[in-house]
Design a protein around this ligand. Structure first.
Ligand code: SF4
Length: 342
């Protein structure tokens, strides 16, 4: 166990329980948006509501963030927010840089452009986790949900990636994910069987049936497809753990508290004029933590509509953010829908 990282986690957990709003620990998890460009128009994606400009993160900005992360006990970086990260021209260099700084790194992809060269490049650069969204085991359903994608191509790309992972003895973990909603409610067993029959039921591979998510109530369309399968969402009245755990940086350097603020609904800083150390304890983050502690999030409508994420102190202290993710995905053979991760 890395002692500095453990001490950092202790600071965050004690800060949460003591009700501290300026923290001595630093975020253990960063989400970095390499781009918000995407080639698809998926029905459940918050990009449908996104009004901000489309662009690509400058490579040097990304390196600056990774440098900061490696000096501040960040344990896991997710190179994805909205958009398809495989389109970023420097993706492999960025993954390699994160890896060389000792940060575990992952991303989520629609796999439509995951050809052989990109697959080898990602694995060789040391990516720890690749999540591929294949939302249904049925072609018609998949192509309905993932508007613009070809099921045949995505299956081929996913199986090729799995084969390369196996043959290169890489440490990359591949997760294949489907969404659970009214349209796919009876497909869980079929999904697990399909990928199991294709050799993706082993420790190197994980399968997850993910509960469809309405982005903290901001995607009414998603609710329409999710009237029977959506669990009744009880809003947790405890402070959400995310303001004590992570930050998300959009491609242009705008910092938001979490991915639910996908359209800059609450900006807590900008890396053009500030840095992550300052942003983490600056007034906007302090006010957000205060609002959660007092359970008065009326000033933060996104949090108001969100079920919030609970603090699980023992797991938080015991496992790093990468290990926690793997535990969440460790659902091979289990078709019970799980909540997605931020
Ligand atoms: S309550 Fe929801 S929107 Fe607010 S910080 Fe937590 S996860 Fe994000």
């Amino acid at each position: 166990m890395n002692i500095a990282n453990f001490v950092n986690r202790c600071h965050l957990v004690s800060g949460y329980y003591a009700g501290h709003v300026r923290l001595s620990g630093f975020p253990v998890h960063l989400k970095i948006e390499l781009t918000n460009f995407c080639n698809l128009d998926c029905r459940m994606c918050a990009r449908q509501k996104m009004t901000r400009q489309v662009g690509f993160m400058n490579r040097d900005l990304c390196y600056e963030i990774l440098d900061w992360a490696s000096r501040h006990c960040c344990e896991f970086v997710y190179l994805h927010f909205l958009g398809e990260s495989l389109y970023h021209p420097d993706l492999q260099k960025i993954v390699r840089t994160a890896h060389s700084r000792g940060i575990r790194v992952g991303l989520s992809t629609n796999a439509t452009v995951l050809d052989e060269a990109i697959a080898h490049g990602l694995i060789d650069s040391g990516i720890d986790l690749l999540v591929i969204a294949v939302d249904s085991p049925r072609q018609d359903q998949y192509e309905f949900l993932r508007k613009g994608a070809s099921w045949t191509e995505v299956i081929e790309n996913t199986l090729r990636f799995a084969r390369i992972c196996k043959s290169s003895c890489s440490r990359t973990i591949l997760v294949v994910q489907m969404v659970h909603c009214d349209l796919t409610a009876d497909e869980g067993v079929e999904f697990l069987k399909f990928w199991g029959d294709n050799g993706l039921a082993s420790d190197k591979f994980r399968l997850i049936v993910k509960q469809w998510d309405d982005w903290a109530g901001q995607m009414a369309e998603v609710r329409e497809w999710n009237t029977k399968t959506s669990p009744s969402v009880l809003r947790d009245l405890r402070p959400c753990v995310l303001p004590w755990r992570e930050l998300s940086v959009q491609w242009d350097g705008t910092v938001v508290p979490c991915s639910r603020f996908f359209d800059k609904q609450l900006v807590v800083g900008s890396l053009g004029s500030s840095d992550l150390t300052r942003v983490w304890n600056d007034d906007e983050m302090v006010e957000l933590r205060c609002a959660h502690l007092k359970n008065s999030t009326a000033s933060v409508p996104v949090c108001q509509g969100c079920p919030r994420q609970a603090m699980r102190p023992w797991s938080y202290l015991r496992y790093d953010q990468f290990a926690l993710r793997l535990r969440h995905y460790c659902s091979t053979g289990n078709r019970v829908p799980k909540r997605g991760l931020s």
